[in-house]
Design a protein around this ligand. Structure first.
Ligand code: SAH
Length: 256
């Protein structure tokens, strides 16, 4: 069977990488792993060895010939677009302790998938994903770095996001055009105490135009109040959003 480019099919073929990914996932028998895009099962077989409950979402029914053999009382494969699935409903049928979501994601819908998962009314303890390297850098960037942006802060609100390791194009068949990386999400227990909607609107507006100052991006905010917070942290009104830490954005959101 030929890999389908339109579905982001780049199958992992490097056993060292597959093992390294697996080594970074620790679960107990009574936990639940959800795998997105199992493909031909490169990761699935390692995940199965862990003994936890396993649910996989795969959009491509042509892959049944590779995946059928994994199904049993603890492993279920659901042939569905993850973005149109009802994950809450599917996982509620299982009695589990922690939820761990895993996947070598189709790169063309990485961010929609992660946002979709976050927006479901479910508690996700950990996630571990293979993503495009540039995307991994954006997700894990620190203030003052060029990749730091609203998506960094959006994810950070929910999770500690770590860049674990890079993965070469040569680890896949067919070879993707871009380099990849593994990132790990751990649910924050110290989630910022802030009105989520106000905070997310603020970070979206603050980073709207990369070249503009914070003040210019926040042209319809009451900037006098914001300026006082900036001064307190040693910044002047010409500061750009990329210089400001989560702590400062939270404090700004709290006075809006
Ligand atoms: N995990 C496998 C395959 C990764 S390629 C491996 O590492 O080898 C990405 C996989 O995601 C493919 O199997 C593709 O068919 C599947 N996929 C693409 N879009 C999807 C979607 N919207 N929902 C579920 N699976 C999807």
């Amino acid at each position: 069977m030929k890999a389908k480019k339109s579905l982001g099919q780049n199958f992992l073929i490097d056993n060292n990488i597959i093992q390294k990914i697996s080594d970074n996932i620790s679960v107990n028998n009574n936990d639940l792993i959800v795998e997105i895009g199992p493909g031909r099962g490169a990761l699935t077989c390692k995940l199965k060895e862990k003994g936890a409950n396993l649910i996989c979402y795969e959009i491509d029914t042509d892959l049944k010939i590779y995946l059928n053999k994994y199904e049993d009382e603890k492993t279920k494969i659901i042939y569905q677009d993850i973005l149109n699935s009802n994950i809450k409903n599917d996982i509620e049928k299982i009695n589990y302790n922690k939820l761990y979501i895993v996947g070598n994601l189709p790169y063309y819908i990485t961010t929609p998938i992660i946002k979709y998962l976050i927006e479901q009314d479910i508690i996700i303890d950990n996630m571990l994903f293979m993503v495009q390297k540039e995307v991994a850098e954006r997700f894990t960037a620190l203030p003052k770095h060029k990749n730091y942006g609203s998506i960094t802060l959006y994810l950070k609100y929910y999770f500690d996001v770590e860049y674990l390791f890079s993965v070469s194009k040569n680890s896949f068949d067919p070879k993707p055009k871009v380099e990849s990386a593994i990132i790990k999400f751990t649910r924050r227990t110290d989630k910022p105490q802030i009105n989520k909607e106000i905070y997310f609107n603020l970070i979206n507006d603050a980073f709207k135009m990369k070249r503009k100052t914070l003040k210019n991006n926040l042209y319809d905010y009451d900037f006098e109040k914001i300026k006082n917070i900036l001064l307190k942290y040693g910044f002047n009104e010409n500061v750009r959003a990329e210089e400001l830490s989560e702590e400062i954005f939270i404090e700004i959101a709290s006075i809006l």
